[in-house]
Write a protein that binds this ligand. Structure first.
Ligand SMILES: Cc1cc2nc3c(=O)[nH]c(=O)nc-3n(C[C@H](O)[C@H](O)[C@H](O)COP(=O)(O)OP(=O)(O)OC[C@H]3O[C@@H](n4cnc5c(N)ncnc54)[C@H](O)[C@@H]3O)c2cc1C
Length: 452
C-alpha cells in the first residue's frame, strides 16, 4: 500500500532551485512537501571530505561577487568563502610545447592575442544584445540560432590559435563542443551572466571565490530549515493532473497538491511520466536540451609545490585530458590540490576509458607543466557526472541550433498545475547556482499568482 499525503505545493527535486522554491513558498504561507530522488540534497552541488580532512566540491564550487542571491545566502548562513588562488604565471600546452606567461591568460603570440581580444569584444556586444527573458525575439535570432557556436567562431576569428582558444573555451564553459550549441544560446548564456568577461574571469568573475566547507553547505542549511518537509530517496515517476488537483507519485507515496514545482534539468523532467501527457511543444523541448559532459578530478599533494616555482597552477591545455587546470588548494595552503577538467566530446571519449588510463594521461600533462614532482600525489578523486542517474551530466542543459527559436517559449511556461524551475530556466547566471536560486524565487511568485 502506498502512503497518501496532501499539501498545497509539491516541489520535485531538492537542488538549490527546489530548496529555494520550498523555502519561499513556506514563507508565503504554503504547506510544502519536497520529493527528492537521491538520498541527499544539493543536486549538482556535492561536497566531499578528503582523507586529510580538507573539503572539496565535486560539483559546483565557485561563486562570483555579482551572484547576489548566493552571496545573500552566504551572509545569512554566515558561511565562510575565500578567494581563488591566482598569484604567479600560467601555462599553455599547445602543439606539444609548454608556454609560460605572466597573468591568468597564457596566450601563444601577440597576433592571436589581438585576434582573441577583438573576437571577445564582438561576443560581448552580442551577449549584451540578447533579450534574456525571450532570446527568440532578438532581431537576428533566426540566423544566430541556425548556426552553431563553432560556425560563429569560424566567422569571427583569423588565427589558428584564436580558433583553438574559442573551440577550447566552449566546452570549458558549456561542457559541450562548440559544434553542439547554437550561437544564440552561447550569446544568451554570456548575457545572462552579465558578459563574457564575468564568465571568464577569476578575480571578480565566475571563479572568484570558494567555500571553506563546500558549496553543498548552502543546500544542507536550507534543508535543515525545511526539516521533515523533505522526503529523500523519493524519485517521482508520474504526475497526474485533474481539474481541482495534481497527484504526484513515487514508488511508496502519492501526494495530492494544488500545484507542483518540477525543479530539475529539462531533460530529466522528461523521465517523469505525465497524465495527461505534456503538450507537444514542451515534450519536444525536453527531448532537445541535452546535458553537457564533464569529468572533474582533484589531485592532492603534500603542498602546493607549483607556487614555489612561481606558478598559479592554471593550465590551458590542448590535450584532451585535462583541458584546464586550477589551483584548488585550501585557503591556508596546508596541502596542494590541483583541479583538472575534461569536458564535452573529450569527456565522452575519456569517460569510456578506465580511471587508471585517465590518471596516466593527466599525470603526463601535469609532469610536462610542473615537473616530475607532479607524480608524487597523495590522493586522487574524480567525478564523472554522466554516471549520476539524477543528473545525467552537467554543468547544465544546453540549446543546440534551432531550439530557442522554435521551442524556447515552452521552457518556463506552466502546464496546467505544473510549474518549472531549475537553473536552465534562469535569466540570471543560467547554468549556475545563482540561476537555480533565481528560478526558485521566480517560480514561487508564479505559483502565488496562479493561486490568486
Ligand atoms: C562539476 C560541476 C561544476 C560546476 N561548477 C559550478 C560553479 O563553480 N559555480 C556554479 O555556480 N555552478 C556550477 N555548476 C552548476 C551548478 O551546480 C548547477 O547549476 C546547480 O547546482 C543546479 O541546481 P538546480 O537545483 O537547478 O538543479 P540540480 O542541482 O540538478 O537539482 C535537481 C534535483 O532534482 C532531483 N531529481 C531529478 N530527478 C528527480 C525525480 N524524478 N524525482 C525527484 N527528484 C529528482 C535531483 O536528484 C536533484 O537533487 C557546476 C556543476 C557541476 C556538476
Amino acid at each position: 500500500m502506498k502512503r497518501s499525503r496532501s499539501c498545497d505545493v509539491v516541489v520535485v527535486g531538492a537542488g538549490m532551485a527546489g530548496l529555494t522554491a520550498a523555502r519561499e513558498l513556506r514563507r508565503a504561507g504554503r504547506e510544502v512537501l519536497v520529493l527528492e530522488a537521491r538520498d541527499r540534497v544539493g543536486g549538482r552541488t556535492l561536497s566531499k571530505t578528503l582523507d586529510n580532512g580538507v573539503v572539496i566540491d565535486l560539483g559546483g564550487q565557485w561563486v562570483a561577487p555579482t551572484q547576489t542571491r548566493v552571496m545573500r545566502l552566504v551572509d545569512e548562513f554566515k558561511v565562510d568563502i575565500f578567494k581563488t588562488y591566482t598569484a604567479g604565471d600560467s601555462m599553455l600546452l599547445f602543439e606539444g610545447e609548454v608556454i609560460r606567461r605572466s597573468g591568468s591568460f597564457p596566450f601563444k603570440d601577440k597576433e592571436s592575442l589581438d585576434d582573441i581580444r577583438q573576437c571577445m569584444e564582438k561576443l560581448e556586444v552580442l551577449a549584451a544584445s540578447v533579450p534574456l527573458d525571450a532570446p527568440w525575439t532578438h532581431p537576428d535570432a533566426i540566423r544566430l540560432d541556425n548556426i552553431t557556436f563553432a560556425q560563429w567562431i569560424e566567422e569571427n576569428t583569423t588565427t589558428d590559435f584564436s580558433r583553438f582558444f574559442f573551440n577550447w573555451y566552449a566546452p570549458a564553459v558549456f561542457s559541450v563542443n562548440s559544434s553542439e550549441l547554437s550561437a544564440l544560446h552561447a550569446a544568451f548564456y554570456f548575457g545572462a551572466a552579465g558578459g563574457v568577461a564575468l564568465v571568464t574571469s577569476t578575480e571578480g568573475g565566475g571563479q572568484d571565490s570558494r567555500f571553506h566547507k563546500g558549496f553543498q553547505e548552502l543546500s544542507l542549511r536550507l534543508a535543515e530549515e525545511l526539516g521533515d518537509a523533505i522526503c529523500l530517496s523519493s524519485p517521482v515517476s508520474l504526475i497526474e493532473q485533474g481539474e481541482s488537483k495534481a497527484i504526484v507519485h513515487t514508488d511508496h507515496m502519492t501526494v495530492e497538491a494544488d500545484r507542483v514545482v518540477v525543479a530539475m534539468p529539462p531533460t530529466l523532467s522528461g523521465r517523469i511520466r505525465y497524465n495527461p501527457p505534456m503538450p507537444a511543444s514542451r515534450d519536444a523541448l525536453i527531448q532537445r536540451m541535452p546535458m553537457g559532459t564533464a569529468i572533474k578530478t582533484m589531485i592532492r599533494y603534500s603542498s602546493p609545490f607549483w607556487r614555489e616555482l612561481g606558478l598559479s597552477g592554471m593550465v590551458i591545455s590542448q590535450a584532451d585530458i585535462p583541458q584546464l587546470v586550477f589551483d584548488n588548494s585550501p585557503d591556508d595552503g596546508s596541502c596542494g590540490i590541483l583541479l583538472l577538467f575534461c569536458e564535452g566530446g573529450a569527456a565522452r571519449r575519456w569517460g569510456a576509458c578506465s580511471s587508471m588510463e585517465r590518471e596516466a594521461a593527466m599525470l603526463e600533462v601535469l609532469v610536462k607543466c610542473f615537473g616530475e614532482q607532479a607524480r608524487n600525489y597523495e590522493e586522487i578523486i574524480e567525478k564523472y557526472w554522466v554516471e549520476e542517474e539524477f543528473s545525467r551530466g552537467c554543468y547544465a542543459g544546453t540549446m543546440p541550433p534551432g531550439v530557442w527559436t522554435t521551442l524556447g517559449e515552452s521552457l518556463r511556461k506552466p502546464v496546467g498545475r505544473i510549474h518549472w524551475a531549475g537553473t536552465e530556466t534562469a535569466t540570471s547566471w543560467n547554468g549556475y547556482v545563482e540561476g537555480a536560486v533565481q528560478s526558485g524565487e521566480r517560480v514561487t511568485q508564479e505559483v502565488i499568482d496562479a493561486q490568486g
